[in-house]
Design a protein around this ligand. Sequence first.
Ligand SMILES: [Zn+2]
Ligand SMILES: [Zn+2]
Length: 411
Amino acid sequence: MSENPRDDHRISAQCPACQLHELVPVTLARQADGSWQQVDDTGNFVTRALGRLRPSGSGPQDTGGATVQIDVCPVCMGAWFDHGELDVLSGDLDDVEQVLAPDQAPAQRPCPRGHGRLVEQMLPGIIRTPVDRCQRCGGIWLDGHERRKLARATTSEGQGTKTERWLKRGAIWAAQVLTHLPVEVDNPARGTPWVVYSVLTTLFAVFLLQIYGPVDTYQWAMVPGRLRAEGDWWTLGTNIALHASWVHILGNAYFLYVFGDNVEHLFGHLRFLAFYLLAGLVGATAQALLTTKTAMPVMGASGCIAGVLGAYLWAFPRQRLFQVILWIQVKVPMWIYLFVWVAFHLVMGFFGTGAGAEGVAWFAHLGGFVVGLGITPLVLAWRRREVARRVRVPARLPPDALVAMPPTTSA
Ligand SMILES: [Zn+2]
Ligand SMILES: [Zn+2]
């Protein structure tokens, strides 16, 4: 990103794994208990709350002076460790070179420092998937889900290997590093989600106008039978700004707030806005055409938000969200969110409109969700090309790119 000649050592590379983002530098500092945690620019440890990270404490903590800067992909959470960085993180326990298996195979991914293709090597003992390593600079790439899986494996059975001394050392080394590494780090590159904020503001303003003001809810809602008879097609657009109750709008606002900012960051503001509106319009149209409950007024941003959920599933399939429930921090897998989303609309159907489960505009939700699943791969392909253009090292190498493969060493 930066063309400043002073930071020539700065990596400017597309994420070699998901290709959806350039790598961003993240600073880790050693905590009092020996584990590593992300710090922000002012030296504050960053802690998680309500799905995002925010600085904790009032002033810089004592980090013992030990900090390491790694390069992380904010989308897939994969991380690049320059030569020696993993060793610093593991303490002075071992040198990663000594625990890597000697066998190597060429990988598809390039070194973010521009040295051509990485090679796959095993970190034996506990790790079943190979890590990607650059033979020129000695850097190592770890996938986000690998880091997560390894951290689990090393804590449960990692110490169990016994036969060969270097296998055991490998296990201890990996356990040391991986259990102390923060598995997920903040996305320092995330900008302000202006579209999400604007949409939220609009939704609440319109809802207040519905309650206290001149907006006639029934007139602007989409009534399938009326639309078919009178052709008031504009209600396909107006209904997505309306809501039926406080529970309805608060539920939708919550889901948009949690998922929308990540998707907006990935899509870009205007593309996200167009996508959001398209999901709502397609959803409302599907409801208008397909429902048999033609007298039921349809309203709400649920179709739009179903689209955002579909996009999120494509873009962050392995992501789990941090939530604070009664002061306890838990990681919530995506499928629980989908379940809660459906349950929320069932409850809305039963108690929100008094019309039973038929009160849910299922076709509108389904339509929005299909838009999310269908359009997102195209947007992501677009995004990958954009990222490739603005970095020094794109993730797809030309066919004649250098393959760094010096002779293999023996154990
Ligand atoms: Zn990535
Ligand atoms: Zn390299």
